[in-house]
Design a protein around this ligand. Structure first.
Ligand SMILES: [Zn+2]
Length: 433
């Protein structure tokens, strides 16, 4: 009886969805846009091509000679002239926190939790999503909402429904950390119900339950804290997390800054190492052998080491940069897949995601390698390589354009002048007024 009810519900749902889609497509044919461009970056070959991009609805229909496309396409199509610009696929950030505007200072994290409602956090997220999209990032992987409940699921769904503007999102929801080993620190033990930055677990059943719960409430991936300066979750706990996540087709991203934390996470079978600042050649070889992605998150250090609030912080950031410079070259030479992630978590950092691409290029990657980290590599880490990450027929019409040449000056990506997501122009500073 139960089964019959479920099947019936599924059928009804399918009927409703199909009916809805049909009604929509009957109402009006998909909009056609032709983009004429002198320099379209093929991120796979690393070369520019002179091309037209024909867009139908939210997808790229064809990339080819602009004249041919114009002759064949519908007469009422919209033509967008980007012949003075370089056109790239929409950028991807694999490590962001749209729900995080954490104030500076030692009590910033605690105050953030204590003074903002989850509803307010979601609204902050909406503002950050818009800033990120306008910065040229049409897809993000949000790797933990920092104690805002399931606000990231709400934001993702609101974007998908067109209620607010933002990038395509994969969300990790609450993240999983060992009891007492993640923010906020220093809260009185009398305040047992004070919110935590992650879902705190201890033991295998806790670990299993947390994954099931987060997936149940809408997580697209799972984030674990393998360490917090020192190893925290055990290999066994993380193995259970990976097992449950993979069973449900979800990937696992592991925060790890210590060498041991990183090795524990890789041994447990995670899909990406976030930060990985303490890695050495052996760890990077281990990553390569297990096909684990590396999301180095060095941009913040690159841009802020010199203006750090204390000599100690400056020293730490400079050391991370020194190691990053060494490791990024080793990783590239070993063939470790590097994916872009800026780790935005402050009001000022939101929308500045391209800083990470600049940092990777200045620390040792070539411009095209840094761009691939934010396009093709990022797309495949997310499992969305068939949808986003390059300008090819069948993929979402997610495009950006800049005035100069990012292959000679990577900082051009910090000044994106045109953004299109799913065939909709979000901003166009090239348009003549
Ligand atoms: Zn982070």
């Amino acid at each position: 009886m139960r089964r019959a009810t479920c099947l019936l519900t599924l059928e009804l749902l399918a009927g409703v969805c199909l009916g809805h889609a049909q009604a929509k497509s009957e109402a009006r044919p998909p909009r056609t846009i032709l983009i004429k461009a002198a320099r379209v970056l093929d991120v796979i070959t690393g070369r520019y091509m002179e091309a037209g991009i024909l867009i139908e609805g939210d997808r790229i229909k064809e990339v080819g000679r602009a004249g041919d496309l114009e002759a064949r396409a519908a007469k009422d199509m919209t033509v967008v002239d980007l012949r003075s610009a370089a056109v790239l696929p929409g950028l991807i950030d694999c490590h962001t926190h749209l729900m995080a505007r954490i104030p500076d200072g030692p009590d910033g994290y605690t105050l953030n939790l204590a003074t903002k409602s989850q509803a307010f956090r979601a609204l902050e997220g909406a503002a950050d999503a818009r800033a990120t999209l306008e910065g040229g990032f049409t897809t993000v992987r949000d790797v933990e909402n920092e104690g805002s409940g399931y606000a990231d699921v709400a934001l993702r769904d609101a974007i998908n429904q067109g209620l607010v503007e933002g990038p395509r999102m994969q969300v990790a929801t609450r993240a999983i950390a060992a009891v007492g080993q993640y923010n906020p620190f220093g809260v009185s033990p009398d305040l047992r119900d004070f919110p935590t930055g992650a879902q705190m677990i201890s033991g295998l059943e806790d670990a299993r339950r947390a994954v099931r719960e987060q997936i149940g409430y809408g997580a697209d991936l799972i984030k674990v804290y393998a360490d917090w300066f020192r190893p925290t979750l055990t290999v066994e706990e993380m193995s259970v997390i990976v097992e449950e996540a993979h069973k449900a087709g979800r990937k696992v991203a592991a925060h790890a800054t210590s060498a041991e934390g990183q090795r524990n996470a890789i041994t447990a079978g995670v899909d990406s190492i976030e930060h990985g600042h303490g890695a050495d050649r052996r760890d990077l070889e281990m990553m390569k052998a297990k096909d684990v992605y590396w999301v180095p998150t060095l941009g913040y250090f690159f841009y802020h080491a010199e203006s750090a609030s204390s000599p100690r912080a400056r020293e730490y950031m400079q050391e991370m940069l020194r190691r990053g410079r060494e490791n990024i070259v080793i990783a590239r030479d070993l063939g470790v897949k590097i994916a872009n992630g800026f780790d935005a978590s402050s009001a000022e950092g939101q929308g500045q995601n391209a800083h990470e691409i600049t940092a990777m290029a200045k620390l040792g990657l070539s411009p095209i390698e840094a761009i691939r980290a934010a396009t093709t590599n990022a797309a495949s880490l997310m499992g969305w390589q068939a949808r986003v990450g390059s300008i090819e027929a069948g993929k979402y019409a997610d495009l950006i354009a800049v005035a100069g040449d990012p292959l000679t000056d990577i900082t051009e990506l910090e000044h994106v002048k045109f953004v299109m997501k799913g065939g909709v122009i979000v901003k166009n500073d090239f348009a003549t007024h």
